[in-house]
Design a protein. Structure first.
Length: 226
């Protein structure tokens, strides 16, 4: 059972509404967790990387930071358990981006999300799917954040992204940092590359994940609450 975030709020804060959800995506139903604080101006959809899921402890940590800042979050599995058995699906960025688009449409139809601006937070290969989906005509995504992402895998779509995009990479994650620098050069939207000193790919070093979460929080508050 997914631990709910109510304990993260002080008694003075309005409680976040948490629920398990089953977003529809075409013929399949996916598993997810939707957390929406009262009067949340924006909701961030998390897009996990290969080998991860809605249970990702890193994404859950970032989500709790965003919830404490008054933003909603949706963590969901991009694939069904059966689909995950085919490893090719895990790296099919076009498939994952299409799935993300369908879940985004589902979210917009939920009463709790009707007035909220939407953002994407992508990790690893999930960042490529997030950017790919954000580049779709009429996507209407207000901001994108990538942590340890592979935006290079969305290279054919990078120039079409209009959502303000923050790329976060670890200072000791040399290969991914280089890939992010190259991808940034192809973005035409408002963008920034933030390097967290001392962080490797998984941001396991003390304080580095908190630093990344703080960067994401600032970016989303700036672009989802206007």
């Amino acid at each position: 059972m997914y631990p709910l975030h109510n304990h993260l709020h002080s008694t003075a804060d309005p409680p976040a509404r948490n629920e398990e959800v089953r977003p529809g995506a075409g013929a399949v139903r996916l598993a997810g967790y939707l957390t929406v604080p009262e009067d949340a101006p924006g909701i961030v959809v998390f897009v996990h990387g290969s080998g991860s899921s809605r249970h990702s402890p890193r994404n859950r940590h970032v989500a709790s930071v965003l919830n404490d800042a008054g933003l909603g979050t949706l963590l969901f599995d991009l694939l069904t358990p059966e689909e995950e058995l085919d490893r090719a699906n895990v790296f099919d960025i076009g498939l994952l981006a299409g799935r993300l688009g369908e879940v985004t449409r589902w979210l917009r139809a939920q009463p709790r999300a009707a007035q909220a601006a939407l953002g994407y937070f992508g990790a690893s290969t999930g960042a490529a799917a997030a950017l790919w989906a954000a580049a779709e005509p009429g996507a209407g995504i207000a901001a994108v954040v990538s942590r340890s992402g592979r935006p290079d895998l969305a290279r054919p779509r990078l120039a079409a992204v209009t959502a303000p995009t923050l790329l976060i990479a670890g200072g000791r994650d040399d290969v991914v940092l280089d890939l992010n620098r190259r991808a940034q050069a192809e973005l035409r939207c408002e963008n920034h590359l933030a390097v967290v000193p001392g962080a490797t790919h998984l941001f396991e070093e003390p304080g580095t994940l908190d630093a990344a979460a703080g960067l994401a929080r600032s970016w989303f508050i700036s672009h989802l609450t206007q």
